[in-house]
Ligand binder design. Sequence first.
Ligand SMILES: [Zn+2]
Length: 293
Amino acid sequence: MRTRNQRTLARSLQCSGVGIFTNSDVKIRFCPAPENHGVQFVRTDLAGSKPIPALIENAVFKQRRTAIEFQGASVEMIEHVMAALAGLQIDNSRVEINAPEAPCFDGSSLELSEELLGAGIVEQPFQRKQICIEQAVTVEDESGSFIQAKPLNRSVLAIGYYLNYGEDSPVSPQCLTLEINPETWMSQLAFARTFVLEHEVEAMQSLGFGQKLTAKDLLVLGEQGPIENELRTLDECVRHKILDCLGDFALIGCDLQGYFCAHQSGHALNRELIKNLRATQQSAISDNSWKVA
Ligand SMILES: [Zn+2]
């Protein structure tokens, strides 16, 4: 990923769906935005609500999902939306949403990515900032999960993920490394759905989550494999974990160059890495957001 120009949408588009945690019917509208605007969410259901910049400093803790909050307004489950925007290199967009949570769609970012591509993407006359990893940075948690960001001798972003839930899990051990760009995003990642284990669904539904969804809407993995559903690829789970990493890493607000190697990480560790990079690699951000003639 060499230096490139910033990009935005050619026109606005609207999608609708259901929020998995709040059971809300959600309308989400993606609008073009000027250069250096970044991605900002606006809660249209809250009168006078200020835009919420999708940046790591606005991230707030939520179990199993990524949420941002700014001046009293928040939006949750943004990771699959952020992944679609990052995967397609749409840097600037005002995202209007009428609910506290982004729609789940089919658990993947495919439908949204196709809609975004259909709206068209245009280049803007400013360069996109980037951070090039020059020294290895590792974050880990007490369970032994970790992510390491390492230098790479090519100007690209590569994300690798190693997943192993143990012998008794219905999810087999999987690992995959992909170079991330709009082509690999569409062909290798956008279709990969979020997944839950059967016993987790029961726990979630007892808490009131996912009331409007059935096993057909959500990839539920039981002991014998997917329930009322089929895997899109044998390694769909690890592909979704890479998708989640990409969406969470996008909260850094610029392009990343380097190799990101994740072992069993989830949203909390992804956010910690990005906070760490934001703090330690500030000087490595190439401030090249000037106007190109
Ligand atoms: Zn996810």
